[in-house]
Design a protein around this ligand. Structure first.
Ligand code: SAT
Ligand code: MN
Length: 595
């Protein structure tokens, strides 16, 4: 140990794991820049990372072609009773799952270093912060965790003798024989990958993958799956939401938290550059919100992370200049293309395509190739502090008071641009029925429509029906201080398959309407699905768009919604008796309104 560890449970856990996984060394991370630089240097020397001279202190990693995204099919929520995991989660009994995984872990770190990463989700001085300890055998994971969470000795100090932490055990699952040459991206085959959660013990075991949410265990595994179960028990909320502050020309601040599935534009909305005059946006978080009721009875949110793990392809100075500015230095790139002048490139970046590049698989690439140069789920890992519009209050220990909650997803048809729920219960109904076309953020097919309630389908650490109930319980406690709930869809397409709403900065037009609704200033009409703005209720100054497109975006296609009802019915049926009666009531009311 490089520093003193007074926490007996921690010292004991690390000793036990080391005995099982048999690493060559055990190294306790201190979170320093020297540590980061040294590990990166080692990664470069062994051929796992490529320095990027155009971006100071930045590096490119190429993953194994089989290990490019979260693996929902290998992700488990493990309780003694399958019912506790519910119909949306994969389940294996903890005894069986642990027995299987213990055999996989046995000797799995031979020839490698076991890194102990003490990290905090949330600013260390926040009452909402929680501590985790990740054990990993991946340098890539250590360096990413440095950016995405608060790592270091100060976390161990805060733990003290008897502080509690979430043990997060990770291995890439590729032990090295004596003298065996290491792979640049070691990992295990699909059938040996397990991303397992034991919410009753606040415990995470991940094996076989080195990528993103499978391996950076503070993120989806802890801050969403384990934290959502903790939050249910303790009366707070862990949500898959960005957090944004909007300031009106009069200087009134609004805080917005919005839930969209992975790769549906959370990072873009979090860093929005409003196209409407005088409105200013600041970023607080781009992926996860932890929220609790404050002393004044309002809902307060913190961003538990300290970095962005954002999708590269499609990100440009045109679509998200603030993200582009955030990743000019101190950034880890994963599965992007490498240009001949030593920079990175991905599809959708500004300017012309490069004439030649090295693709994410390390092969020569030219624009005539049919395969993309960057993997569609290529990612950047960048410190949140580097975002030019990061809010000065983004690390406020008590968080920011939320005025507006938004749900949404990618829907090429039917779902209008924006509408508001009639009340909290109706808002919970909207969240519970949220749906989206699938993206490359998960290994599986892309573009399939699925229900993704609250954008939490892959991230809810307990029975989703009980999670719905938790939303009702929170609403009951918040009463008239509850945030207003909206639903958006930026992704409507024409029959020719073109997006009809410009999106990005122009989404501020929908946001402004929401803020004015909160203040009781903007108009709306009552429709079957909720309060809808008419054209004159939206600020459309300077927007050049065909009137028919706009009309389509603001239309409620009652016929289409009537066809949607049975699909909600059958989705709800999966939850059986456990589904809150208040949701069935909302569905009845929708049917009535549709006539
Ligand atoms: O889960 S990841 O962190 O790999 C990214 C995502 O799906 O949002
Ligand atoms: Mn996400």
């Amino acid at each position: 140990m490089q520093y003193e560890v007074k926490n007996k449970r921690l010292a004991e856990w690390v000793r036990e794991v080391a005995e099982l996984v048999q690493p060559d060394d055990v190294y306790w991370c201190d979170g320093s820049k020297e540590e980061y630089d040294r590990l990166m240097q080692e990664a470069v020397e062994m051929g796992a990372a490529t320095p990027l001279p155009k971006r100071p202190n930045s590096f490119l990693f190429r993953s194994d072609p089989s290990d490019v995204a979260r693996v929902e099919a290998r992700t488990y929520i493990s309780y003694p009773d399958k019912e506790q995991a519910g119909p949306t989660n994969n389940w294996i009994h903890p005894d069986e799952l642990k027995a299987t995984m213990r055999e996989l872990y046995r000797g799995c770190m031979k020839g490698r270093t076991l890194y102990v990463i003490p990290f905090s989700m949330g600013p260390l001085d926040s009452p909402m912060a929680r501590i985790g300890i990740e054990i990993t055998d991946s340098r890539y994971v250590v360096c990413n965790m440095h950016i995405m969470t608060r790592v270091g000795t100060k976390v161990v100090e805060k733990l003290g003798e008897d502080g509690t932490f979430v043990p997060c055990l990770h291995s890439v699952g590729a032990p090295l024989e004596e003298g065996q040459q290491d792979d640049p991206w070691p990992c295990a085959p699909m059938e040996k990958k397990y991303i397992s959660h034991f919410p009753e013990e606040d415990l995470i075991w991940s094996f076989g993958s080195g990528y993103g949410g499978n391996a950076l265990l503070g993120k989806k595994c802890f801050a969403l799956r384990i934290a959502s179960a903790m939050a249910k028990r303790q009366g707070w909320m862990a949500e898959h939401m960005l957090i944004l502050r909007l300031t009106s020309p009069e200087g009134r601040q609004y805080h917005i938290a919005a839930a969209f599935p992975s790769a549906c534009g959370k990072t873009n909305l979090a860093m929005i550059q409003p196209t409407i005059e005088g409105w200013k946006a600041e970023t607080i978080g781009d992926d996860i919100a932890w929220m609790q009721i404050g002393p004044d009875g309002r809902l307060y949110a913190i961003n538990p992370e300290s970095g962005f793990f954002g999708v590269g392809p499609g990100t440009s100075y045109d679509s998200n200049p603030m993200a582009m500015e955030s990743l000019k230095e101190n950034t880890i790139m994963t599965n992007t293309a490498l240009t001949d002048d030593g920079d990175i490139w991905w599809e959708g970046m500004d300017g012309p395509k490069p004439d030649h590049a090295i693709d994410w698989k390390g092969r020569h690439w030219t624009p005539d190739k049919t395969e993309p140069a960057a993997h569609p789920n290529a990612r950047f890992t960048a410190p949140a502090s580097q975002c030019p519009i990061i809010s000065p209050d983004w690390e406020k220990p008590e968080g920011v008071p939320i005025d507006i909650l938004i749900f949404g997803g990618r829907r090429a048809s039917l779902v209008p641009l924006v509408f508001q729920s009639y009340d909290w219960d109706h808002g919970v109904f909207l969240g519970s029925t949220a749906s989206s076309e699938t993206t490359a953020a998960n290994i599986g097919s892309v573009g399939n429509l699925r229900r993704d309630p609250f954008a939490m389908t892959p991230f809810c650490g307990y029975n989703m029906a009980d999670y719905f109930q938790h939303w009702f319980d929170m609403g009951d406690r918040l009463g008239d201080k509850a945030p207003h709930i909206f639903y958006v869809n930026w992704f409507r397409k024409s029959p020719e398959g073109k997006f009809i709403w410009p999106g990005f900065g122009d989404n501020s037009r929908a946001l402004k309407w929401m803020c004015e609704r909160v203040d009781g200033k903007a108009g709306a009409r009552e429709t079957a699905i909720g309060y809808m703005p008419s054209e004159e209720d939206l600020d459309l100054t300077g927007l050049d768009m065909p009137a028919e497109d706009l009309a389509e975006l603001l239309e409620v296609d009652e016929e289409g919604w009537r066809a949607e009802v049975p699909t909600i019915d059958s989705f709800y049926a999966d939850f059986g008796e456990r589904l809150p009666e208040r949701l069935r009531e909302q569905l009845r009311k929708l049917k009535e309104r549709l006539g």
